[in-house]
Structure formats: structure tokens, C-alpha cells
Write a protein that binds this ligand. Sequence first.
Ligand SMILES: Nc1ncnc2c1ncn2[C@@H]1O[C@H](COP(=O)(O)OP(=O)(O)OP(=O)(O)O)[C@@H](O)[C@H]1O
Length: 289
Amino acid sequence: MTSPLLSIKALSAVSTREANQPVLRAVSLDLRPGEVHGLVGESGAGKSTIAKAVLGILPRTVKVTGGSVRFEERDLLTLPPRALRDIMGREITLIPQDPQTALNPSRRIEAQLTDGLRLRLGLSAAAARARALALLEEVQIRDPERVLASYPHQLSGGMRQRILIAAAFAPGPKLVVADEPTTALDVTVQKEILRLIRRMQRAHDTAVIFVTHDLGVVAKICDSVTLLYAGKVIEAGTTAAMLERPAHPYTRALIAAGPRYDRPEASLTPVPDAIFRQLRQDIEQTESA
Ligand SMILES: Nc1ncnc2c1ncn2[C@@H]1O[C@H](COP(=O)(O)OP(=O)(O)OP(=O)(O)O)[C@@H](O)[C@H]1O
């Protein structure tokens, strides 16, 4: 068994904004090189907080109260800022949620793609441009010369997301964090973007943490998955095992609830209130134990 690329152990955090309310409750997960791992859960489950801990951008108002986030043996929580900066944007990169706001509206795509390559990889202007063109072709953008010369507003949401995917894979990272990268897109484009991330990840053998609230997306793209509720891991394992043999009533209810990204019109069965009551009871019991 290969040793993990990322190993989160008993990570706990509270929100100082909300009277030290727990945000993460002893979360553990391992990610092997080249693995796609889904962080799934409803709003407030703690998915983004885990992603931010991995990216070294936890807000000041979230205080870690225990645990570690090891990336190849380096604990990202205790690394000096300089060492952290060397990792972020190079070994670990981000595909952001909203392609609309993630690109600078007043700069052409060329500058936005090549800046990082020059800064992070020390490429010359010509080499960075050649790399940017090759990357745009890899993410299946036709007419990459025209796209390089464009401003973000001249491109569709799907195109902008392809550019951000190209940018995330550009420095040859070991880990890409994808934060709900298809939420802002319509269903057909979503499918294309998921396929593209999967293809890029395979071609580059990159590990991916995929943040989503949608189990349908997990089914499509993730090898393994951690399901969270109120900052606690409810169930974790391979995607196939969790979807085919869900162990927890909440997982079963979520699978029944949908919505499936490939069948958004299918009728939904809401998660029964009794399951949420049980979840809260379980969490209170473990807290007081
Ligand atoms: N900047 C912040 N400062 C303090 N607490 C925060 C901050 N952001 C989020 N939290 C707290 O952390 C909890 C978990 O939020 P988080 O954003 O990680 O959940 P999530 O699963 O990613 O939800 P969503 O899908 O809505 O993004 C929230 O309920 C909130 O109380």
C-alpha cells in the first residue's frame, strides 16, 4: 500500500465567530497519490473548512483545537508561512467554485495564466506562453490563441472554468482541491467539466479533493468519499461501497433524497427529520463521552 499523500488526523476546530461552536469534530482522512476523494455533506457540514485547512487559508475566526494535516510528512498547520507559500499554488492548487469571480475581469487570460507559470516555475515569457497554449489545448479549448487574447467577460462560464482547471494543473501539482467547481454551471456543462477534471487528473496522476454537496457528482468522479454532518465524519470509504452498501441511515436517506445531477427533474425524497434528530443525538453523546 502506498503511503498517503495527505493524512488528516483527528482535526478539530471551533468557530470563534459563533461562541466557539465546533466546526470540525476529530475529522480523519487519508488520500493516496492519484486518488480522487470526495468531501460531501450539506451546507455547514465543514467541507470548505477542511479544504481551507489543506490550502493553508483557514480564516482567523476558525481556531484549530487539535489534530494535524500532514502533506507528505509536513504538517500544514504548523509549517512556517514561507514553507507553506512554497507548497501552495505549486504542489497543492485550487479549482475555485465560481469561475466568474476567480478571474480578474480587467486582465487578459494570457497574463492570468502565464503569471503563475513564470512566478512559480520560473519560466520565461515565451516558455510560459507556450505552456499556456498547450494547457488550453489539453482542456479542449478550441482556438487557444484567441482565448489567450480574451478578457474573462468575453468567454462563457464553462470556458472560464476550463481555464481555471488548466491553471490548477499548470504547475504539475500533487494535489488539486476542487471546491464545488460545477455548482455555478448548468447541467450539461457540469457533466463536461466533471469529465474534464477526471481526464486531467488521470493524465497527470494528480490526487484530487473534491468538495460537493451532491452524491451524484461523487458517484461520477470520486474513488473514495467522506460524508460529513455538522463537522463529524458520518461514513467514509470507497465510493462504490458507500453507494451500494451505505452503512449509516443518513447516507441511505441522502442517496434516496438526490437530486441526481444527471436527473435533476427526478422527484426528491427529503431526509426524514428523525434522521437529523438521531444525528444530533449521536454527536452530543460523543461530545459528552
Ligand atoms: N470564516 C468563518 N469564521 C468562523 N466560522 C466559520 C467561517 N466559515 C464557516 N464557519 C463555520 O464553520 C461551519 C462549517 O462551514 P463550512 O463552510 O466548512 O461548511 P461547508 O460544508 O463547506 O458548507 P457550504 O457547502 O455551505 O460551503 C459553519 O457552520 C460556520 O459555523
